[in-house]
Design a protein around this ligand. Sequence first.
Ligand code: SF4
Length: 117
Amino acid sequence: MDSKKKNEGLEAVLSFAEKYAQRTNTYFCSDRSVTAYVLEGLAQHKEELGSPLCPCRYYFDKQIEANSTFWNCPCLPMRERKECHCMLFLTPDNEFSSNSQNFSLSELIQEINNSSN
Ligand code: SF4
């Protein structure tokens, strides 16, 4: 995938995640690399499967799971009970929660590059 298209995909999931965190009163992880890892995985799945399938689970068949929608972000446990096992969206009482609902695209790309080096 060319980098322009990849950045557009990252920007789209980032925008979703920021708005969703604000709407649900949840916060990103204090370890920014965790957030970056999850966002990158969501963007990859959106590109490959057409849906932002949760990147923190093992699937026997990713396309079947994406089609079934249960684990498409925001997944059912998140929508019903604010349970995000990926630690993308954390409630304020979570010990790993920061007080941030923002992440710039440049910071996200930097984090992703750091983790792949
Ligand atoms: Fe999204 Fe649910 Fe995965 Fe959290 S656990 S990243 S809300 S799909």
